[in-house]
Design a binder for this molecule. Sequence first.
Ligand SMILES: [Cu+2]
Length: 161
Amino acid sequence: MKKILLSLIFVFVAAMAQAEPAGPFNWSSAYLRETPSKIAAAYVQIENSTNADDALIGASANWAERIELHQIQTDENGVMKMLPIEKISLPKNGVAVLQQGGYHLMIFGIKNKLNVDEKKDINLKFEKAGTVTIPFTVQPLSGNPQAFRDKLMMEHGHHGM
Ligand SMILES: [Cu+2]
């Protein structure tokens, strides 16, 4: 009996290490960076193993004023810019990858200081699947916080920060 229990626990732990389900989707690598300002970027990979194309069309959290979908694009002068976008497609049997240098969630008006290793729920709104809530882990901010803040202020200057 003890042996069965132990192997059950093992199977459970092994499953936990894999991508976790959220609504109809699996997700992994959900994190956001600790931030010295009230702005942070959040990243996640979402896998759509259903038989229907879907798309991420919005996000919200009760601990922030608003969340936008952003994409980093390089303009004709080779300058990298963050642009708000309407949606991020999540095709059937496909993956939506939100990562540094690409698509990301931009969180504005963070109400309380983020603590490293804390999990913060973000509600992701999908065209078909509706709202799916995923916990994002706060990771330490690497590098110089002031330089990071200056960079964010510059990139998001159009938001009137
Ligand atoms: Cu952004």
